[in-house]
Write a protein that binds this ligand. Sequence first.
Ligand SMILES: NC(=O)C1=CN([C@@H]2O[C@H](COP(=O)(O)OP(=O)(O)OC[C@H]3O[C@@H](n4cnc5c(N)ncnc54)[C@H](O)[C@@H]3O)[C@@H](O)[C@H]2O)C=CC1
Ligand SMILES: O=C(O)[C@@H]1CCC=N1
Length: 273
Amino acid sequence: MANKTIAFIGTGNMSYAIIGGMVKSGFDAQHIIATNRNEEKLAKVSADFGVQTTTNNLDAIAQAEVIVLSVKPQMMAELCQTIQASGIDFKNKLFVSVAAGITVTRLREMLGHPVRLVRCMPNTPSLLGKGVSGLFAADVSVDEQTLIEQVFSSTGIVVWLDEEQKINDIIAVTGSSPAYFFLFMETIEAKALELGFSAVQARQLVEQTALGAAMMACDQQAISLEQLRANVTSKGGTTHAAIETYKANHINKITSDAMDACIARAKEMEQEL
Ligand SMILES: NC(=O)C1=CN([C@@H]2O[C@H](COP(=O)(O)OP(=O)(O)OC[C@H]3O[C@@H](n4cnc5c(N)ncnc54)[C@H](O)[C@@H]3O)[C@@H](O)[C@H]2O)C=CC1
Ligand SMILES: O=C(O)[C@@H]1CCC=N1
């Protein structure tokens, strides 16, 4: 892996997080090239992680063995058109797409070539080495799979998926779900403010509690999440009153509906893009 160069095309929130996770885990920054149209974004990723940067996508692609396409799905066709028109030889290049809602078939159509491709569904905690990446390989060699697994393992855990359709499911479970947790934290923070805690206190109280709860779940894997919850919930006590309120408001259904909506949107995007 040491000699392979990886280019991130369209370095925004997601690629910034992946690059951060890679560099912090010891990946050589000089073998990473980040591109963006926006010089300011490149200045930040360069200052923070010491990677090479350029606004010229084609230069980056020409130099790299692994090309991570990480623009927004709606920008992908335009990007691929310029790559196709460049006449770059795809033979020794492995493509990775982190885009939601664009299938292997569609991406190959966009590139005008049956490229070897890994679809990856990462999440932003990759920045801290706490990411999850769902991976689906299309015509990729065993060595290339090993390489991609090394790259994404440096940002957290990886899960290989045996069917492309499962990419849409893992978006709902891990790709989008950091946002669900942030939303839940926002609701506690807002209520803490209403109860008179200062903004600094409200943020600190919610982040410490979320961190503590997540760490307890990680640290005590033999104990079910239900049991961890029960350990907080005294019979006839305060937590019980809160939990019953969540149940009366159908928290399971809300989450299930939200995840179904996430999957449905991914499928809809597959038809649109
Ligand atoms: N943000 C997230 O949590 C996750 C995002 N993804 C996927 O990652 C991809 C990127 O998402 P974000 O990073 O959130 O978007 P973003 O908008 O933060 O980053 C994309 C960047 O690409 C740049 N860009 C657009 N067209 C370009 C071009 N032709 N050449 C060079 N740069 C170009 C934009 O300036 C922007 O900074 C999407 O396809 C999304 O589906 C996947 C999993 C999680
Ligand atoms: O919201 C999105 O479409 C992307 C994919 C997963 C997280 N962000």
